[in-house]
Design a protein around this ligand. Sequence first.
Ligand SMILES: [Zn+2]
Ligand SMILES: [Zn+2]
Ligand SMILES: [Zn+2]
Length: 90
Amino acid sequence: MASDEFCEHIRSIHNLKSAARAECEECVKTGDTWVHLRTCQSCGATLCCDSSLNRHASRHAAISGHPVVCSSEPGERWLYCFPDQTMANY
Ligand SMILES: [Zn+2]
Ligand SMILES: [Zn+2]
Ligand SMILES: [Zn+2]
């Protein structure tokens, strides 16, 4: 993952954080449902994707400044940087 085609945020990730639990930690508080899950690579929070009603992952990125998430879906192996709108397969 050391390619120049990826932004500095993605290139700075060496140890991938995976989802501790297969649920959006914000949606479970309010009883909402989600579509897919993403895990923040700065703090490990697992939150719902932009196809979900609450879009907690992108809201978290905007509020906290944590730029990169990975997909938490089985079989999906990619990272996404919100500020650079860059996706990287791994
Ligand atoms: Zn970036
Ligand atoms: Zn959510
Ligand atoms: Zn975070």
